[in-house]
Design a binder for this molecule. Structure first.
Ligand SMILES: CC(C)(COP(=O)(O)OP(=O)(O)OC[C@H]1O[C@@H](n2cnc3c(N)ncnc32)[C@H](O)[C@@H]1OP(=O)(O)O)[C@@H](O)C(=O)NCCC(=O)NCCS
Length: 163
């Protein structure tokens, strides 16, 4: 198996064949992701095995975002300017149901963070933000250091640190 992450290309990748077990995320990939790319709303990346390059094993979508200063912890807020802080949102992230629990989620998240760190060479990004839809998803992101931006919401953020 030779895994690769590529920008979604509807001509090459079988969007309709992807099933992560969450209908709204399947539908996003098959019906909205390409439109969102064209409109500059989000850019989607897919995980594939180069031996079966049409078959999508997982995906994530990135968008520019901001996070209000007040939503950061006191410690994180120190030394930051007093206006909305630049961030990148992982709007969606999902792995194929058949490979659940085999590291696909971790691989996608690591790849997304690597890509976001590279983007810092072009524009300022303080943190990665995600909206965790339920407790298990929140537990997944917390494992990697994401923290709540406020106790009332499931928005989580991960400061990228210096560098
Ligand atoms: C959330 C999701 C991406 C996790 O992917 P996965 O491939 O099952 O996770 P991985 O195998 O990479 O697990 C990585 C680590 O997270 C942990 N983890 C995974 N799911 C977890 C959960 N529900 N609760 C707590 N920890 C979890 C794993 O135990 C593993 O830890 P380890 O390295 O110490 O063993 C996957 O469950 C998924 O696609 N769900 C459906 C779509 C969805 O809800 N997406 C999120 C919101 S957009």
């Amino acid at each position: 198996m030779t895994l690769a992450v590529q920008e979604l290309d509807p001509k090459r990748h079988d969007r309709a064949g992807f099933d992560c077990g969450v209908e709204v995320l399947n539908r996003y990939l098959s019906r909205l992701a390409a439109q969102h790319r064209a409109k500059g709303i989000a850019t989607t990346f897919v995980l594939i095995d180069l031996k079966q390059p049409a078959q999508i094993q997982g995906y994530y979508a990135l968008s520019a975002a901001t996070i209000e200063l007040e939503r950061l912890t006191d410690a994180d807020r120190k030394g930051l300017p007093d206006y909305p802080i630049p961030a990148v949102r992982i709007g969606r992230l999902a792995g194929s149901l058949v490979a659940r629990g085999q590291g696909v989620g971790a691989l996608l998240l690591q790849n997304a963070i690597k890509r976001i760190l590279l983007a810092r060479g072009t524009l300022g990004v303080y943190a990665v933000v995600v909206e965790a839809k339920d407790d298990p998803v929140e537990a997944f992101y917390r494992k990697y250091g994401f923290r709540r931006s406020d106790s009332q919401s499931r928005q989580l953020y991960l400061p990228l640190g210096a560098g």
